[in-house]
Design a protein around this ligand. Structure first.
Ligand SMILES: NC(=O)c1ccc[n+]([C@@H]2O[C@H](COP(=O)([O-])OP(=O)(O)OC[C@H]3O[C@@H](n4cnc5c(N)ncnc54)[C@H](OP(=O)(O)O)[C@@H]3O)[C@@H](O)[C@H]2O)c1
Length: 279
């Protein structure tokens, strides 16, 4: 069988790095996509991608489509958390722009290759905190009122709405994963919640390697079906082995999913071509 091909976004560190490393160890051909280079994964190749810049997303996708006819696995993992309000190159609030809109555009642009893949999967990495998220459609970019954590939880709810709608609109196996609470660089320097996050992480977080397990399960387990979600099986879904989990009622809201989809197409200029879902 031909070697299977995967793209993992945000694989320069944290959960994405361990996800990509494990896939490469299992003989996947892996492209790691992030702003910073990381050559520490034997067999993986780094390609520059800045999800806060749609021109970069388009360059990445064109390069991929020019070089490869098919893609078997896309892991939408990259993310930023609880930042003071800032905007992307295209003027989107940064957490919504990177966590949701960048991945919406990337997936749409790579769609022809995914549809040509071997029963391709798209794994979108959300957070247990999506349950606290609300879609503030009247002020999606937090221009009138901004909360660092509110913008994060909204972006993680957007990940859920997107992944489920992708599963309804395409024949792809679109799956959700969340890592629980994992010790990573998510609260990096400059993030005002950094010390609280690190103190909590020291007390109760699992390793970044363990945080990658739900993504790996969603990506590779043969039993996994479209529109399922996986997270850790321990108390509060904070740590443990991957298990099926339920997303929130707001995450399953099909009206909100369609509304977000239309807005995301408008904002990114990426229109998904019509595909028929096979019975
Ligand atoms: N850690 C947790 O406890 C936890 C809990 C729930 C959910 N999550 C989710 O897990 C995912 C991974 O987070 P992590 O904890 O591994 O954080 P991390 O260690 O900070 O890694 C984040 C990754 O995203 C990439 N990234 C950030 N901005 C980017 C941009 N503009 N363009 C492309 N890539 C970008 C970073 O690479 P560059 O800086 O090189 O671009 C890095 O590789 C996120 O979606 C996060 O929401 C994490």
């Amino acid at each position: 069988m031909a070697e299977k091909l995967a793209i993992v976004t945000g694989a320069s560190g944290g959960i994405g790095f361990h996800t990509a490393r494990e896939l490469a160890a299992r003989n996947w051909r892996v492209i790691t996509a992030a702003r910073h280079r990381n050559d520490d994964i034997p067999g993986a190749e780094w390609w520059e991608l800045d999800l806060a810049d749609l021109a970069s997303v388009r360059r990445f996708a064109s390069r991929f489509l020019d070089g490869y006819g098919r893609l078997d696995l896309l892991i939408n993992n990259a993310g930023v958390m609880a930042l003071p309000r800032a905007v992307t190159v295209d003027g989107f609030e940064r957490q919504f722009g990177v966590n949701h809109l960048g991945h919406f555009a990337l997936t749409g642009l790579l769609l022809p290759a995914l549809l040509a893949g071997d029963r391709a999967r798209v794994v979108t990495v959300t957070s247990g905190l999506h349950r606290r998220g609300r879609m503030n459609f009247d002020d999606l970019m937090g221009e009138r009122r901004y909360s660092k954590l509110g913008a994060y939880t909204q972006s993680k709810l957007a990940n859920v709405l997107f992944a489920l709608e992708l599963g309804r609109r395409t024949p792809l196996t679109s799956v959700l994963a969340h890592p629980g609470f994992a010790h990573t660089d998510l609260a990096r320097t400059g993030n005002p919640l950094r010390s609280a996050f690190l103190a909590l992480a020291r007390l109760s977080a699992q390793s970044a390697e363990a945080g990658a397990l739900p993504s790996l399960h969603a990506a590779t387990n043969p039993e996994v079906k479209a529109m399922e979600a996986y997270g850790p099986d321990g108390p509060g879904e904070r740590r443990g082995n991957p298990t099926r989990i339920e997303v929130s009622a707001r995450g399953r809201d099909e009206g909100d999913a369609r509304r977000l989809w239309a807005i995301s197409e408008e904002l990114t200029g990426v229109r998904y071509r019509t595909v028929t879902v096979a019975d």
